[in-house]
Design a protein around this ligand. Structure first.
Ligand SMILES: NC(=O)c1ccc[n+]([C@@H]2O[C@H](COP(=O)([O-])OP(=O)(O)OC[C@H]3O[C@@H](n4cnc5c(N)ncnc54)[C@H](OP(=O)(O)O)[C@@H]3O)[C@@H](O)[C@H]2O)c1
Length: 237
């Protein structure tokens, strides 16, 4: 049976989620491509299929417990890799912020990571094997004015991942976290900032980020890392 990978938080083709799917499909995994937008995930699954890989697109809201359980039912007992990549930035000053905005940010960035991580580990425990990876950001490590909602939930996601790494290491499950320290050279940034293409050397390379995920995935059980951080040489940190 083909091993499976689940990647949630897949959007545009030129985006981190989509490129993670492509890389791991290229490594011979059947990738379950999960995201909110049917048309976007269909494009990714079709491209994988047309290059000889196997992929299944499943519309999934990361904050919906029922969706997440069903998603992992699709992945089955062959689950080998699970990646939590959902988590759009949610800027805003605290004094202006609605409680629902803050709560929704936390639901997508942190609570969804708990639902996803719990279901992934449950399916990996019987075989005592599997890798669970989370996408972090600069926000995972420090608070910044104007980003309190996003910073607090990304930091919480990181410590959740760290707790899970310690809780399940003895069961053979590798939990890791990739800190993307800077804006990513993908559609999310190019669409929001039309001038971004002219400063691409200060945007983090998607291929380089995907390399970090693959490195963690390939680590032998006697040399596991919890975390890798990636940034451009221009980044001041
Ligand atoms: N973009 C950056 O510059 C940057 C920098 C550092 C770290 N990161 C992190 O990198 C990861 C990828 O972000 P990205 O912005 O570059 O986008 P991406 O990987 O191209 O796509 C992520 C996708 O996640 C989806 N998503 C959001 N909420 C979801 C939910 N509740 N359920 C299912 N899917 C959901 C979004 O769908 P919709 O299209 O429907 O919103 C989005 O298209 C995130 O964890 C982010 O925090 C991004």
């Amino acid at each position: 049976m083909m091993k499976t990978a689940v990647v949630i938080g897949v959007g545009p083709e030129r985006g981190l989620g989509a490129q993670l799917c492509k890389r791991f499909a290229g490594n011979g995994l059947h990738v379950i491509v999960a995201g909110r937008t049917q048309s976007a995930i269909d494009v990714v699954a079709k491209e994988i299929a047309s290059s000889g890989g196997k992929a299944t697109a499943v519309v999934t809201d990361a904050t919906n417990e029922r969706h997440i359980v069903a998603l992992f039912d699709r992945a089955g007992a062959e689950l080998e890799l699970a990646i939590y990549n959902a988590g759009n930035n949610t800027p805003g000053r605290i004094v202006d912020m609605d409680a629902t905005y803050f709560e929704q940010s936390w639901r997508v960035v942190c609570f969804g990571g708990f639902l996803f991580g719990r279901e992934a580990v449950k399916r990996m425990l019987p075989a005592k094997n599997g890798t669970l990876l989370f996408t972090g950001a600069s926000a995972s490590l420090r608070g910044r004015a104007g980003y309190g909602a996003f910073n607090s939930s990304k930091a919480a996601l990181r410590t959740l991942a760290q707790a899970m790494a310690k809780e399940y290491a003895a069961d053979g499950i590798h939990v890791g976290h990739v800190v993307v320290d800077g804006a990513i050279a993908g559609d999310k940034i190019f669409q929001r900032f039309p001038d971004a293409a002219s400063r691409e050397d200060s945007l983090v390379s998607i291929e380089g980020i995907v390399d970090a995920f693959e490195f963690l995935y390939r680590q032998p059980q006697r040399a596991w890392s919890f975390e890798l951080d990636v940034r451009t040489s221009k980044e001041r940190w």
